[in-house]
Ligand binder design. Structure first.
Ligand code: NZQ
Ligand code: ZN
Length: 387
């Protein structure tokens, strides 16, 4: 078991109607709030109106229009400018992971005098950030419980996962009823994202029985409840369990004491969505089974056997290679069964930029250090197999 140093300071307030506590939480900060949101879903579900009603005694400045795969320019830059101009006390992020990730970069940029890209690109370490409160409306990223934000810079095809301990939300509100309106496409992408967060922590050299049990339970819960959410978007119990599972997915709790994994599927997917602006969870679902096939060898075989038996209930008496291959096929079949397009061509990616992307990933993502190290050639082969 590896040493670790771990702290998650975020307060989680979970359940139907918990938004009633919003004024109490916001009163801990000053009166000036930057309200961040996306393209309008929060207005359709009445949440925007509800937030204004609850916070009528506060001064609210708004940053709307944050896009999926949130962009440095204009969203982060606009948000930083608004925070500085209005001397904002706290950021309230209402929406999916993209809105929250963008809000995290804004929170750090608002407390820094230079170009906020210095922070996101790790040139300068943040010394402080504005506090962030969020109301998460889509179960997927786990951004509500972690200190990361993923920001895209279109002109350089960069999509950087920016981690800093100042970026943990102060409080996250999780009301599963807000996720009832999430489309089948985004629900499925969210399931795939959280499944992959779990895989990135499960496929490692040194793991514990304890963590393996958590991860295997995550896989089973996400598949069972995920299917139910797709079939009946208003199934509260399924939406609630999916939401909690997604929250656990990305803050490292599933991997305490494990050796490092390198998060290879994320490294590859971030380039796909940087170059083609595709939906993160769909890119992951396409890459994952091809990555699995690529790294299956004598050394990794026992992990795949364990995964196949404990997650898909495969017969332990079968030959180990058969179990591993079936487990990979089951993974593919699950993603396909929830409606995810399973080929890059279906999401608008052809062979024209694969070399460029493989090179970009090899140079920027450090996947030669992953659990199963990947060279530029390996990455290209995984991309070609995913076409
Ligand atoms: O923009 P609006 O109108 O709000 O619509 C959004 C958006 O179009 C919609 N949506 C959100 N809540 C809804 C809803 N539609 C109906 N009803 C609701 N209740 O869903 C669409 C997608 O939203 P987005 O926020 O982009 O999705 P998600 O939460 O999956 O976030 C994806 C982003 O997070 C990053 C990804 O790379 C991607 O940029 N990630 C962040 C991580 C983190 N912070 O820890 C880890 C992940 O691995 C991931 O990389
Ligand atoms: Zn992810």
């Amino acid at each position: 078991m590896q040493n670790f140093d771990y702290q998650t300071p975020t307060r989680l307030i979970f359940g139907k109607g918990v938004i009633a506590k919003l004024p109490e939480v916001m009163r801990a900060f000053g009166p000036k709030i930057l309200l961040t949101y996306g393209g309008g879903s929060i207005k359709k579900i009445g949440l925007y109106q509800k937030v204004h009603e609850l916070l009528k005694d506060f001064e609210i400045i708004e940053l709307p229009g944050i896009q999926p795969n949130p962009k440095y320019d204009p969203s982060v830059l606009d948000g930083v400018r608004l925070c500085k101009e209005h001397k904002i006390d706290v950021i309230l992020s209402v929406g999916g992971g993209s809105v929250l990730d963008c809000s995290k970069a804004i929170a750090a940029g608002a407390c820094y005098d230079g170009d906020p890209w210095d922070l996101i690109s790790y040139k300068v370490k943040a010394q402080a950030a504005l506090p962030i409160v969020d109301i998460i409306t889509l179960a997927a990223t786990g951004s509500e419980y972690d200190c990361g934000g993923v920001i895209s810079r279109t002109e350089t095809n960069d999509k950087i996962g920016y981690l800093d301990r100042h970026l943990f939300p102060h409080t996250s509100f999780l009301d599963p009823t807000y996720t009832f309106t999430v489309s089948k496409k985004q629900t499925a992408a969210g399931i795939a994202d959280a499944m992959n967060h779990t895989m990135e922590q499960y496929f490692v050299a040194d793991a514990t029985l304890l963590n393996d049990g958590f991860c295997e339970s995550m896989f089973r819960s996400l598949m069972t409840n995920g299917r139910k959410c797709i079939e009946n978007p208003e199934d509260y119990t399924a939406r609630a369990e999916m939401m909690l599972a997604c929250t656990y997915g990305c803050n490292g709790i599933l991997a305490l004491g494990n050796s490092k994994s390198g998060w290879p599927c994320h490294g590859i997917e971030h380039a796909l969505s940087a170059y083609y602006d595709i939906t993160h969870g769909e890119g992951l679902a396409i890459i994952t089974p091809r990555w699995m096939k690529h790294i299956l060898n004598d050394r990794t075989l026992p992990r795949f056997v364990k995964y196949g038996i404990n997650v898909f209930g495969l017969d332990a008496a079968l030959d180990p290679w058969t179990i591993a291959e079936k487990a990979i096929d089951e993974t593919y079949a699950f993603f396909e069964s929830i409606g995810i397009p399973m080929h890059l061509r279906e999401v608008g990616i052809d062979e024209s930029r694969l070399d460029e992307m493989a090179h970009h990933i090899a140079v920027n993502e450090g996947l030669d250090q992953a659990y199963a190290p990947l060279t530029e050639k390996d990455i290209k082969e995984i991309l070609v197999a995913s076409l």
